[in-house]
Write a protein that binds this ligand. Structure first.
Ligand SMILES: NC(=O)c1ccc[n+]([C@@H]2O[C@H](COP(=O)([O-])OP(=O)(O)OC[C@H]3O[C@@H](n4cnc5c(N)ncnc54)[C@H](O)[C@@H]3O)[C@@H](O)[C@H]2O)c1
Length: 286
């Protein structure tokens, strides 16, 4: 038997979060900082990263920062090797950076949006989405795996999405394709790297109120529509992801690898089938 404080502890762990300046990545950095980890952040926005660092410094140790476009393999390597040096090692990489791949074929009113139909998607959108969402995970992992092998241990936790394994209405096909690839990459790396003591897992959020897609999930009307697809009746806040992040970074996750943990209020189950699209029982209304 172990006490919960020991089992889920990240105290003193050296942890890097990519895309940690905003949204889910910031919430992960916050949970790690608040619980005594030594945190590094890689993000392409120096300005947002500095603002994040100032907020984190108020709850714990100020994070180390590296500005890089992780879609570029050289920048990924330089930034992660630099943080590895500054932190004195790397226990956990949260490979979280990612972007939207444009809107899906249905609008918030439930009607098809002609401009967003599959055959109208610009090939450049696919290229950009794959290069960031798949490329940044691939390049970040390539940068840290030799360091983790040398240390004989390490963890890589990838922010994937429920779009890795379910079809979408309001999320574009380029994003779905990118997260499908990320999901398979996580399983492949977990298999190959297990013999080196390196665990690889994914967190799969559903819609979460972050700055992704130009901040469209901050919009109350959009949150209401997407919340109706979740049996729990609301979209996620970035803080909803913190518990699973602590699980996968701590001793509690010692025997977990190759797994995708979904945090989506039940969205992957499908909407609740009542006439107005809401589940009255779970909302305590019936
Ligand atoms: N918000 C959602 O609904 C949702 C749902 C499922 C999965 N996700 C995934 O969560 C992850 C985090 O997204 P978020 O919603 O917090 O978005 P966000 O826009 O709030 O934060 C993403 C951060 O990543 C950084 N970033 C983007 N591209 C980068 C690059 N090439 N190099 C370095 N940094 C880069 C951005 O500057 C930003 O700070 C993404 O992988 C996203 O696909 C989000």
């Amino acid at each position: 038997m172990t006490r919960i404080n020991d089992l889920f502890s990240v105290e003193g762990k050296r942890i890097v979060v990519t895309g940690g300046a905003s949204g889910i990545g910031y919430a992960i950095a916050e949970a790690m900082t608040m619980n005594g980890a030594l945190v590094g952040i890689v993000d392409m926005s120096a300005e947002r990263m500095e603002a994040a660092a100032q907020r984190l410094a108020q709850i714990g140790r100020r994070p180390e920062l590296a500005c890089a476009n992780l879609a570029n393999p050289d920048e990924a390597r330089a930034s992660l090797e630099g943080l590895h040096r500054v932190l004195g090692g790397l226990d956990v990489l949260f490979a979280n950076a990612g972007i939207s791949g444009g809107p899906g074929f249905l609008g918030a009113d439930g009607a098809r949006v002609e401009a967003n139909r599959f055959e109208a998607i610009d090939p450049g959108v696919l290229e950009r989405t794959l290069s960031v969402n798949v490329g940044s995970v691939f390049h970040s992992a390539q940068a840290v795996v030799p360091l983790m092998k040398a240390a004989g241990q390490g963890r890589i936790v990838v922010t994937s999405s429920i779009s890795a394994s379910k079809t979408e209405l309001m999320v574009g096909s380029a994003y779905v394709a990118s997260k499908g690839a990320v999901g398979m990459l996580v399983r492949q790396l977990a298999h190959e790297l297990a013999g080196y003591g390196i665990l690889v897992n994914a967190i799969c959020p559903g819609p979460t109120a972050t700055q992704i897609a130009g901040g469209r999930l901050q919009d109350a009307a959009m949150q209401d529509v997407l919340g109706r697809f979740a049996p729990l009746g609301r979209i996620a806040s970035p803080q909803d992801i913190q518990g699973v992040a602590l699980l996968l970074a701590s001793r509690a996750g010692d025997y977990i690898t190759g797994t995708e943990i979904t945090v989506d209020g039940g969205t992957h189950l499908g909407p609740v089938a009542v006439p107005d699209g809401r589940d009255r029982v779970s909302r305590g209304e019936g």
